[in-house]
Design a protein around this ligand. Structure first.
Ligand code: NAP
Length: 323
């Protein structure tokens, strides 16, 4: 499996990384979204991911106020993975904060990650009290101080992405990635200029919620008692309700047909489509609630889809968008 460069950096990552929001341990507002996973399960998820070829991990301060960073680093250390063996991405949370907090809180991030190196430090979303330029100035100081290696953003539109990149250029750096919601059910970034700008500036797209939080596995579409039921907040989201599931059903059916031809699963086909459709621009970070899911997601990297399969999934998905 070929590794990909993240933007214009020397970070080489597998097309599939592991999303670690699920490791939040039920802490904080964001942390309550997913069921609590035990340390043992988290270690197994990390272990099988690495065995399946995954070499990088995405976490955030917001995921349990550091609980996910702590759980991830604990698992990695127990598996004797240290800086240089794996790539770690985490995020600063700008909510109700100014850019000064980037400098003030970096040592908390390093502590939560138990001194494993932060290879990519991302601004989690655009709603902070400072300008993009001030945030990028602070990030550049962290690179300078050797506290992080590269800078990324998340949920930034094309204009903000461009501004972040331009400001980093003033420091002799480059914006490496923009982490966005992107899946066969949510393709807005193909139309709003984000994909186009990323291609132009050489910035990678990190696709989050690549399985539409489980919808693309098809498990919620099964008939009656065979169907999985979404737990927590997901059960209130339109995509998981009856109407939403009916809307995505044609896509799930097509994913099922393609999966059968490859002896794989709809989830694996959905991930492989995402990692191929834009060439090497996109890498995806599915989360997992069990080792079996993580293993399945990692193994999606082994599938090669034909041009016909790519096209037909493209076509069918256009009629099933969640917006
Ligand atoms: N930057 C941001 O604003 C942002 C926002 C959201 C997420 N993220 C990042 O992106 C990562 C992934 O996104 P996400 O967690 O929202 O959505 P996702 O990866 O699309 O879905 C993850 C969930 O789908 C189910 N699942 C995963 N693989 C499966 C499989 N093979 N078979 C059956 N079910 C499977 C699991 O839930 P159940 O088993 O409970 O069904 C799992 O928790 C997060 O962990 C986080 O690192 C970033």
């Amino acid at each position: 499996m070929k590794l990909r460069s993240l933007g214009a950096s020397d970070l080489l990552v597998s097309p599939i990384g592991l999303g670690c929001w699920q490791f939040s341990k039920g802490r904080g507002l964001a942390g309550r979204y997913w069921p609590v996973l035990s340390d043992e399960t988290i270690k197994e998820i990390v272990k099988v991911s690495i065995e399946g070829g995954v070499n990088w991990f995405d976490t955030a301060e917001l995921y349990g106020n550091g609980a996910s960073e702590k759980a991830l680093s604990t698992a990695l250390i127990s598996l004797e993975k240290t800086t240089g063996n794996v790539v770690i991405a985490t995020k600063w949370s700008p909510m109700f904060r100014t850019a000064a907090s980037i400098l003030r809180t970096i040592d908390d991030r390093i502590r939560s990650l138990q001194n494993l190196r932060i290879d990519l430090y991302q601004v989690h979303q655009p709603l902070g009290f400072s300008t993009v330029e001030k945030e990028m100035d602070a990030m550049a100081r962290l690179v300078d101080a050797g506290k992080i290696r590269y800078v990324g953003v998340s949920n930034f539109n094309a204009d903000r992405m461009r501004r972040a990149h331009a400001q980093l250029r003033r420091h002799g750096l480059a914006l490496v990635s923009n982490q966005m919601s992107y899946s066969l059910l949510k393709r807005g970034i193909e139309k709003n200029g984000v994909v186009e700008t990323a291609k132009e500036l050489g910035i990678s797209i990190i696709a989050y919620s690549p399985l539409a939080q489980g919808i693309l596995t098809g498990k919620f579409h099964k008939q009656n008692d065979q169907a999985a039921q979404p737990v927590g907040i997901r059960k209130y989201l339109p995509g998981f309700r009856r109407g939403g599931l009916e809307r995505s059903r044609p896509l799930i059916a097509r994913l099922g047909q393609v999966a059968e031809a490859h002896g794989s699963t709809p989830a694996q086909v959905a991930l492989q489509w995402l990692n191929s459709f834009q060439g090497e621009l996109v890498v995806a970070i599915p989360g997992a609630s069990s080792a079996a899911q993580a293993m399945q997601n990692a193994k999606s990297m082994e599938i090669v889809l034909t041009q016909d399969e790519m096209h037909s999934l493209d076509e069918v998905s256009r009629g099933c968008q969640h917006g």
